[in-house]
Design a protein around this ligand. Structure first.
Ligand code: BES
Ligand code: MN
Ligand code: ZN
Length: 506
């Protein structure tokens, strides 16, 4: 999505559509007031006469407004002024841009930086605006013979008022556009069916990303032979029952001035389809297990955003990709496997496969001597029971890292919630026959899954994001959400800011 920033009087801005947010109390924000003055009080009168109700997310198109250069006016309800928090602001943005995406307009001029939202400044509001615009034009129609027409919207003009920081708006919009595009990459990978999006397909995507990066992204793919030689027996055990070969995908981005700076590492669960294996899942809604690679997809989306924004940090992105199928060759309950770290695992349930691919990827991450490691996984149904579909579960062996991630989630409005990773839970993984079992029973399933991973994350600050509840929606709106690309990208941008503070202090 292209964008420009305009500081001129909004009544003079040439655009196919002026987008004007309005509070329920009828007190117009500065841009709206200017448009109102220029248009014989069109907006004020519509509200006074009750022809437009500014309830949160209500929209009304006005096909013609006298005295303004814009061809149309789209009023967007912000609801109550004192309830205009981040969630309300995003709801109004989504209402505006989903409407715009259906209109025959290729550009729109929006006045959202005027809206008071907590302590947020112009940059944050511009960022949210571009992110919403990107998300709104998203379509997944690759497999439709007669798809609905694509959105026409190509350019957003940010109307920035007097006394507002136009440069900040521009920087914010740049972030929002990159994050929104990253979110859409993640949604597409998530939405692709399991017969298309296989471990090899993900590997091809990584290679294509590397080729298109002009040398900024180095890509290495480990095939089954390489993984065998390495000793990644746990990752390989998950793909044993599948005709699709397993892959470990490694992408390296060097943005820091010093190439030797310790990298931040992202690790994505890339189960391209999870049948449960021999511990077969019930049939109902099993199609949704094509989304079991959404952690990997969020890593790809974040790498895309990083390549667009080029932060001065070093990043390693690892995707552990396999398909979990039942078969004569498949791993069976009771089988004991050897992980890359050397620990043996008794596989009591082949449906707890995510942790089995991630543990070897975490061990692989050790070689980079990382500054931090964050894994992202649709790991447990229990995360949905605990947190529903709004918060990503966060568990960590390092409270500072946990706080950094929580904060990034708040800023990006892609929030996580911290769960305990106390030692007391670890004994649920005791095995009679191996070093540990791959399941810890019903109590605290999200925590014991993280406990399992923690055994492989003892060499670096590590956090785990369980996105089982947040990575996709079910029902009529079925589809991948693109979360937590916002959180992850913000986390990495914050690390760039940290590094700069440290350099300044030297
Ligand atoms: N991919 C699933 C987790 C999942 C289930 C995510 C439903 C979203 C919706 C994971 O591989 C899995 O099957 N986990 C099991 C673990 C159990 C066997 C300990 C689960 O959550 O039931
Ligand atoms: Mn499973
Ligand atoms: Zn799974």
């Amino acid at each position: 999505m292209e964008f420009t920033v305009q500081t001129a009087n909004p009544a003079k801005v040439e655009t196919a559509c002026l987008v004007v947010p309005v509070f329920k109390d009828g007190d117009l924000l500065p841009a709206a007031a200017k448009l109102d003055d220029a248009s014989e009080r069109l907006i004020g009168q519509l509200i006074e006469r009750g022809d437009f109700s500014a309830g949160l997310g209500n929209v009304q198109m006005i096909p013609f407004a006298p005295g303004v250069s814009g061809e149309r006016l789209l009023l967007v309800g912000l609801g109550e002024r004192d309830k205009c928090n981040e969630a309300a602001f995003r709801k109004a943005l989504d209402a505006a841009f989903t409407t715009l995406a259906k209109l025959p307009v290729s550009d729109a001029a929006a006045a959202f930086t005027d809206v008071p939202v907590g302590e947020h400044g112009c940059a944050w509001k511009a960022r949210m605006t571009l992110e919403a615009a990107e998300r709104a034009i998203y379509r997944f129609v690759e497999f439709k013979s007669d798809p609905a027409p694509a959105a026409k919207l190509e350019r957003v003009i940010l109307l920035v008022g007097d006394g507002q920081d136009a440069e900040a708006a521009k920087q914010g919009a740049r972030l929002g556009a990159a994050i929104g595009a990253g979110i859409n990459v993640t949604r597409t990978l998530g939405n692709l069916p399991g017969n298309v999006c296989t471990p090899r397909y993900l590997a091809e995507q990584a290679e294509a990303l590397g080729k298109g990066s002009g040398g900024a992204l180095e890509v290495e793919i480990l095939d089954e032979e390489a993984l065998e030689a390495l000793g990644a027996g746990s990752l390989l055990s998950v793909g044993r029952g599948s005709a699709e070969p397993t892959r470990l995908i490694v992408m390296k981005y060097q943005g820091a001035d010093n190439p030797d700076d310790a990298p931040h590492v992202l690790v994505g669960k890339g189960i391209t389809f999870d049948t449960g294996g021999i511990s077969l899942k019930p049939g109902e809604n099993m199609d949704e297990m094509k989304f079991d690679m959404c952690g990997a997809a969020s890593v790809f989306g974040t790498v895309n955003a990083v390549l667009a924004l080029r932060p001065r940090i070093n990043l390693v992105a690892i995707v552990a990709a396999a398909e979990n199928m039942p078969d004569g060759k498949a791993t069976k309950p009771g089988d004991i496997i050897k992980t890359l770290k050397g620990l043996s695992v008794e596989v009591l349930n082949t449906d707890a496969e995510g942790r089995l691919v991630l543990c070897d990827a975490l061990t692989y991450a050790e070689r980079f001597q990382p500054a931090s490691v964050v894994d992202i996984a649709t790991l447990t149904g229990a995360a949905i029971i605990a947190l529903g579909h709004h918060a990503t579960g966060l568990l960590s062996n390092d409270d500072d890292l946990a706080l950094d991630l929580l904060e990034a989630g708040e800023t990006a409005w892609d929030r996580a919630w911290h769960l305990p990773l106390w030692d007391e839970y670890q004994e649920q993984l005791d095995s009679n026959f191996a070093d540990l079992a791959n399941i810890g029973g019903r109590p605290a399933g999200t925590i014991t899954a993280a406990c399992f991973l923690s055994r492989f994350a003892d060499k670096f600050p590590w956090a785990h994001l369980d996105i089982a509840g947040t990575a996709w929606s079910s029902g009529k709106q079925k589809g991948a959400s693109g979360r937590p690309v916002g959180l992850l990208t913000q986390y990495l941008l914050d690390r760039e800011a940290d590094a700069e503070v440290e350099t300044d202090a030297e």
